[in-house]
Design a protein around this ligand. Sequence first.
Ligand SMILES: C[S@@+](CC[C@H](N)C(=O)[O-])C[C@H]1O[C@@H](n2cnc3c(N)ncnc32)[C@H](O)[C@@H]1O
Length: 339
Amino acid sequence: MVSQNRPQAGDADPISWQPCHRVRPFARGWTLHRPRLGIVIVIATGMASHCAPSSTPGPDQSQSHALDADSAVHRWQLPPLPGKIAGMASHANQPRALSFDTVATQYAAARPGYPPALFDAVEELAGRALADADVLDCGAGTGIATRLLRERGARVVALEPGAGMAAELRRAEPEVPLVRGEGNRLPFAAGSFDVITYAQAWHWTDPARSVPEALRVLRPHGVLALWWNQADVRVAWVAAEEDRLAPFTRGFPTTVAELFAPFPVRVSTREITWSRRITVEEHTRNLGTHSHFVIMDPVERAELLDANHTALARLFPDGELDEPYRCGLTVVRSATTQA
Ligand SMILES: C[S@@+](CC[C@H](N)C(=O)[O-])C[C@H]1O[C@@H](n2cnc3c(N)ncnc32)[C@H](O)[C@@H]1O
């Protein structure tokens, strides 16, 4: 039923099956515990309507397109997407999409979280509180957003394809139901969740598949919420760093409303500016978890990050800096449901 979650050939770690009690969207089911990886895989039983694999419906071209104050208006035939947006979809690069697995511990320690104002904005644009919402956190990674969603009172199921990232999440958030899977083919029944989130992860999916999948798995008034922390290049030292690292990095736009043009949805966006105070070392470790560096030749990566670190150490002699972010939020809901 959820074949992509079954153990892969060659997996040698011990497995055990236990009844599933904690996964709210599934009334009954089984969890596959993989102690070595610290992963729980959820298999629903006897409830095909609850956990059927996707029969991904195509977008409904007959739907009208709604508009509200800060929404983009979407039509079926739009000009090609702007280059930066078109270049976002990274799903074709699977080794890079899963490269985080090799730096999962460093990722958990060094990556920034998300500010409370982001979750306030999610609630405002979703038109509902996160408390008591059934939330699917896709591409949950090590659980950075998962934890914050739970702190808002959401009942969170984490979905993560990477073994290393999932193991880290299991260690940090042992109570959270964790499903191994990916956003292009969600192993959940239609209408299972109030909110689907992708924190810093949606660009690894194929929108042609992940958008219809999200709309299928959401309840009628549910929303898909995507966000990214983007380094704020309006700050001089960040712009200088971007210039130093530019040949090796690729910036994304902060919001991605344009990507939803082909779908019968309404889109709202927000941008939240925030920063965190950390050491130069922590900033360098954070950079080292970005996929363009993770997949780089190790010697080249070390040289590049060392040179950048030296430049920053000169600029911040007390060893600390404010790492500034623009956190871009895109909230998407079906245009076929009432506002
Ligand atoms: C940059 S990390 C973000 C992790 C976490 N959400 C956070 O806020 O730190 C991107 C995550 O997306 C996962 N991923 C890659 N391809 C994916 C896909 N097709 N569907 C869902 N997640 C995917 C990766 O394994 C990785 O854990």
